[in-house]
Structure formats: C-alpha cells, structure tokens
Design a protein around this ligand. Structure first.
Ligand code: SF4
Length: 336
C-alpha cells in the first residue's frame, strides 16, 4: 500500500482510519514526509536516494497529504513535476515486481492485458490501452512507441515487461495529475504555512526548471533518435554506457545547454554524484585539463559501439554526425 498508493486497498485503508484534515494538524511526521516528497520532485532527488518513512502509516498517508499540498500551491508546473517524479518512483518499484503483481496493477486501471510468457514480449495488451499511454509524455516523440512500429495481432500489442511498466508510469502520472487538479476545501493554518513555503521555494527553482524542461521537451523533436533515447534513459535514471554518456553530454553542450542544465539531466541516475558529474561535464566543455572542447562521436563510431538505435529515420541516412541532424530536420518538416 505504501508503494502503490493509488490501489483500491490503499484508499479503503485510508478511509477506514477516518482521519480528516483538521486532525492532520497533529500529524507532523505525515506532513513532513509529504513535504519531502514534493521537494524531491523539483530538487532532482534521485528515485533511488529517497528515503521512504519506516513508519508505513506515515508513508501511506503522506501520499494523499502531498496531493493536498500540491493542489494548494495551484501551479500546473509543480503538479506536473510532482506527478512525473511520483510516477517515476513507482516505475522503479514496478520493474522489480513479479509479472502477477504487474498484471494486478495494470488491471486496477482497467487495462485489458494478459501474460503470453513469450520472450522478448511476455505481455499482450489491448491496443486502446497501449495507444492511450504511448501518446503521452516523452513517449509520443519516440518512434519505437509508434503503433506502426509495433507487433499488432488481433487488436493486441505485444510488449516487454519494461514497456508495460513504462506505460503504467504514464497512466500513474495522469492519475496523480487528475487527483491534484481537484478542488480542496479550506485548509488549517499550519498546512497553509507548508503550502506557502513550497510555493516560495518552487518559484525560486522555477527559472532552472524551465531550462531543464526546454531541453527535455520543447526541443526534443529536433534531436536525433540516438540522443532522444539517451536523454530519455538519463532522465529516467537508467544506466548509460560511457559512449552514450559522452555523446549525450557533448551533444547537449554543442546545442548551447548550460553546464548546470546538463548536470541536472543525470540527477536521477543511480550513481549520480554532483561534484563528480560537474568535473566530467566541465572537462568535456573544455573548461578543465587540456581545455579541449569535445565533439560527439560521429554516426559510424556510434554504430560500431552499438549505440546507434538503427533508426528508420530518413534523415539518419543522409548525415554523418548527430550534430547535423537538426539542420536537415527543419527543411524536411517545412516541405511536409
Ligand atoms: S544515424 Fe547517427 S544521428 Fe541517427 S540515430 Fe544513428 S548515430 Fe544517431
């Protein structure tokens, strides 16, 4: 229940305890944990370095309370960021679950899904459930998620375990955003003080967040397929090989992304250490050591290292370096 706060069992458990907002004035630890969850979403705290409360009741209650606090701030950017972070944390839990648990959770969202146990796609899900989630968030920009690139048989899309978890992540993000979009009645004074504190701290971080968003979302459609995939994996906290990290960092630096912006890309990666990452990024930007400004590997080197996703993208057939992708992208789109 603490891991999956959207489940019916959790809701029933919370309602049975019959705690109302007034009583929450007394429950400082719940409010503190709820506050921590929200701060983690805009301070780029890794999913792995979060410390859930050892008291399960505190952990369970901190979810609805954090939704209440986010609702109170009334800022769509915070709502989205909080939903993204919570859904990302749940994705990390889900990946380690047995297939029966994953199926149970998917079915709690009324998905039509079954286990086929066939590698590499051990699940088959109804294409409507697939489409609804594969067209949300960052997935919408990735060719690998487009329905035309999938195996579709009798209305079912065949997917890997990781893909089911990733699609569930989008479902959960939407669920949390909807919950936080509801109106709340008046809140007690001490809760209002926490809301005001979150509002103030979030507005201080907002200028940096917008650069992060610009990198991840707005210009994403102009990034070559390899960079989109590396970026997606870095933001989700997944491991990148040395070649992939080097390519992503040097590419972003060449696109004019600041050193701080690049460092934030890696905040969710399991072994993230800000000082070490800063040193490496500054080195690649030519601010340390030999003062050489490094360039990304060219396409043939990336292919040799297995880091090119072997894209069907027609632009990829006309370029030698990921750096020139966006130069071809604009005229092509203009003609279309
Ligand atoms: S061809 Fe080049 S730009 Fe395209 S995905 Fe492969 S490495 Fe990236």
């Amino acid at each position: 229940m603490a891991k999956y706060p959207f489940l019916q069992e959790t809701k029933e458990h919370v309602s049975k305890l019959d705690i109302d907002v007034e009583e929450l004035e007394e429950v400082e630890r719940i409010v503190e944990r709820a506050r921590e969850r929200i701060f983690a979403s805009f301070e780029f705290v890794s999913y792995f370095s979060q410390k859930p409360s050892k008291d399960l009741e505190v952990e369970i209650f901190s979810f609805p309370v954090s939704i209440m606090l986010v609702t109170g701030v009334k800022d769509n950017a915070l709502t989205e960021r909080f939903a993204l972070h919570e859904a990302g944390t749940i994705f990390e839990y889900l990946r380690k679950e047995k297939s029966e648990t994953i199926l149970d959770i998917a079915q709690s969202f009324d998905w039509r899904i079954r286990e086929t146990k066939q590698s590499p796609h051990p699940f088959a899900m109804h294409f409507i459930n697939y489409l609804k989630n594969a067209t949300r968030g960052r997935l919408v920009h990735s060719p690998e998620w487009k329905l035309v690139n999938r195996q579709l048989h009798k209305g079912e899309v065949h997917v890997s375990t990781r893909e089911v978890c990733r699609l569930l992540q989008e479902e959960m993000k939407k669920y949390i955003e909807d919950m936080a979009g509801k109106k709340i009645s008046t809140v007690p004074q001490n809760i209002q003080e926490v809301i005001d504190e979150i509002k103030s701290e979030f507005s201080k971080r907002k200028p940096h967040l917008s650069e992060f968003d610009k990198i991840v979302k707005a210009e994403e459609s102009e990034y070559p397929p390899c960079i989109r995939i590396f970026l997606d994996r870095a933001v989700e906290g997944q491991h990148l090989s040395h070649t992939e990290r080097f390519t992503l960092v040097t590419y972003l630096l060449h696109q004019g992304v600041s050193i701080d912006g690049v460092i934030k890309m890696f905040a969710n990666v399991a072994d993230f250490k800000e000082n070490k990452t800063r040193y490496q990024v500054e080195h690649l930007a030519g601010q340390r050591g030999s003062q050489t400004e490094y360039r990304p590997y060219n396409c043939s080197t990336l292919k040799t290292h297995g880091a090119c996703p072997d894209s069907d993208d027609p632009i990829c057939h006309t370029i030698k370096s990921p750096l020139t992708y966006h130069l071809r992208k604009k005229p092509t789109e203009g003609k279309a």
